[in-house]
Ligand binder design. Sequence first.
Ligand code: C2O
Ligand code: CU
Length: 579
Amino acid sequence: MTTGSLLAVDLVLAVLVAAGWLGGGAAAAVRRRPLALALAAVALLATLARAITITALARAGWWFVAEKVLVAAPLSLAAVAAAGPRWRSVAGDIRSVAVPLLFAGYATSGALFVTVLHGYPASVGAGLLTVAGVVTATAVSWRALGVRPPRVLSRVALVVAVGAVVTGTGLTVVPNATPVVPHDHAYRDERTTDEPTRRFTLTAGTATVSVSGRDVAAWAFNAQVPGPELTATVGDVVEVTLRNRDIGRGVTLHWHGYDVPNSQDGVPGVTQAAVRPGQEFVYRFRADQAGTYWYHTHAVSDVGVRMGLYGVLVVHPGPMVGLDATIPVHTLAGRPLPDARVEPVAAGTPVRLRLINTDSTTHRYALAGTAFRVAAIDGSDLRGPTSLVDTAVLIPAGGRYDLVFDAPETPAALFVDGRAVYSTGPVSAATGDWPVLDPLGYGAAAAVPWSRFDRTFTLVLDRGLDLHDLLPRYAHTVNGAADPDIPPQVVRLGDVVRFTIVNRSAIVHPWHLHGHHVLVLSRDRRPAAGSPLWLDSFDVRPGEVWEVAFRADNPGVWANHCHNLAHADAGMTMHLMYS
Ligand code: C2O
Ligand code: CU
């Protein structure tokens, strides 16, 4: 079983345990003896089963079980101790075991709340708060059932509650982050006279665009979704003037996957101020990385990108040969882009399909009718890619795969989530049950260029309650904190930095570090065995542990966030900072 499914099974068991005890207590209170006994038996069995799931999870890493071992296990044991022996031996009035059963229910529900609302890392505050809640609820039940609670109980509740408040109510307190200083970078002219310059102007504005024959409201660059395709050749200087016509919440341009100087990175509040209606900003950087990239607004990026403020950036290594097509996949107003395109091509023509996922969730791409190779991922060429046939690829949010093949005599077609998006002629193929390529085992391996790491950071991804401008929200968290309270990762120029990224949550988090490409070292402790993978966007699935590394060679303050932009917005954003 994968760690992700273990996490899910364990959660279901925890719900069963809590519901069993609570239901048993309620049934006992109204003297429904058989029901009470049955529910308590369910709780006991599920508790036993949890011993197995928690042990298995512990083997995947302490991050997955910290609060289960420190909070849930003691509370479950207390529950079993209080309720376990009594309900069997009870011969007389079943109502007399109602309170112990309810106590067991409160204890295990409390532990469940810690997992769901607080997560990792476990904190003393959260533990004490839970105990205080359990004691209080038990005392109240005692009263309600017409039994006087022992005086000592209310004293315990009081002491524990005070302790919880004093230790800082771990549920809401987050580490104090060094604030990221917004600096209004004056645009620095890095022009030298003899470089060929590719100049573009992108004007952001509200627009009506047509998607599969229907008009929808969008936010667009130059009134089109996606925005104009920007192309350059390695060595060019790219100069893009961004204008904002009427996007009230502001726009910027972020060059996704392009490791530009920090001042050109387009993150509002960090590298520049958002460009307001009527304003403009000029971006300028040297195109020194070949490959497939994209650009998008980073101001209210969740809404902005979804509404259409994105486009393709392709940098060619030299003169183009054959057919070169970009396929940026997006969902606009609930409809898939791009519209299907048919492009007949002579047999033998070299074809390069640049697949780009500009949505916030993973897409599945399947190329039918031809053998192909994955030539590059996230703009970096792979080493020794082998020929694939009838194999699908999963591209994470923000990610890019370049597929190459020589056009066969018969048509080939690209399907995205089962829909034909691009073809050289009519193809019918059922691609749904094709195996999926694992890039960590594809291509020819090479040694990792570093043998030691100057800094290691662990990022545990989860969900939790958080106070945002004093309003509680169910945030997407990193190490128990949410933006803007996640401490930045501080590095020195030249450091070799390792990230361990752990997904404790039940959803996929496509990770994206700005300004650097990271080399994948391992996933779930298994070393990457294929071509070196230099990624800027990778899916960390539930229960997965990724180890990646990079050299800190691009000074500045860099966003480091989940590229499910709704998650980024709901807390899962932090920064890499050079000291
Ligand atoms: Cu493609 Cu910070 O984003
Ligand atoms: Cu996410």
